[in-house]
Design a protein around this ligand. Structure first.
Ligand code: G4P
Length: 178
């Protein structure tokens, strides 16, 4: 485990909790936010994609935004966040629906056609990868645009998916608990 992963594990043990599959991080990641920690996590995740061609980072509001900004900042590319409500000012949009098992509700994600173009290479970034339905919806939006998914990175990966880069997995958290 590298230094950034150890730092995050320490914060979870000290200020958060792991209750089965639910990880509480709202004192430093997704309600109150430690910007320096987010920046270090973003730098670590961006480092996984050194040498990979990426035009933009894509995430979903709201908790994905902070880590997407940090990763995009380190990669020096813009980031897009899919909106859960379509604003009146958004004309043509790509849309896909995502079902949240955590929240037990379905949400439609909207991305304006003005910010996503055919041929662009996108990096998906989020705070958690849980059931993967957010990721699936973003994959559909990328496909509608004729763009390409260049990779995926999250802070905490709760699924056994080695194609998703992460700082910590659920196994890391369980071992850290022992
Ligand atoms: P998915 O994102 O992989 O499809 O899985 P799921 O539907 O289960 O999770 C959806 C929402 O729950 C996401 O927030 C995600 O950030 C949050 N989430 C998932 N697992 C955890 C966890 O262990 N701890 C915490 N604190 N949150 C978790 P969202 O619905 O997109 O809403 P928002 O909070 O980003 O606005």
């Amino acid at each position: 485990m590298n230094q950034t992963a150890r730092e995050l594990l320490e914060r979870i043990n000290r200020e958060g909790s792991v209750d089965g599959r639910i990880i509480k991080v709202d004192l430093f990641l997704n309600h109150q936010v430690d910007p320096q920690l987010i920046d270090r996590l973003g730098s670590e995740l961006a480092g996984c994609f050194a040498g990979v061609a990426i035009d933009k980072v894509i995430t979903v509001e709201s908790s994905g935004i902070m880590i997407a900004q940090a990763v995009a900042g380190h990669l020096r590319v813009p980031f897009i966040y899919a909106k859960k409500k379509r604003p009146l000012t958004m004309r043509e949009a790509f849309t896909a629906s995502s079902y949240s098992f955590t929240k037990q509700e379905s949400t439609t994600l909207h991305v304006s056609q003005e910010v996503l173009e055919a041929g662009q290479r996108l990096l998906f970034v989020d705070d958690f990868f849980a059931a993967g339905s957010t990721f699936k919806a973003i994959e559909q939006i990328i496909e509608q645009a004729g763009a390409t998914l260049a990779g995926a990175a999250v802070i905490i990966n709760k699924a056994e998916r080695s194609d998703i880069q992460s700082i910590l997995t659920l196994d890391d958290l369980r071992q850290g608990d022992e």
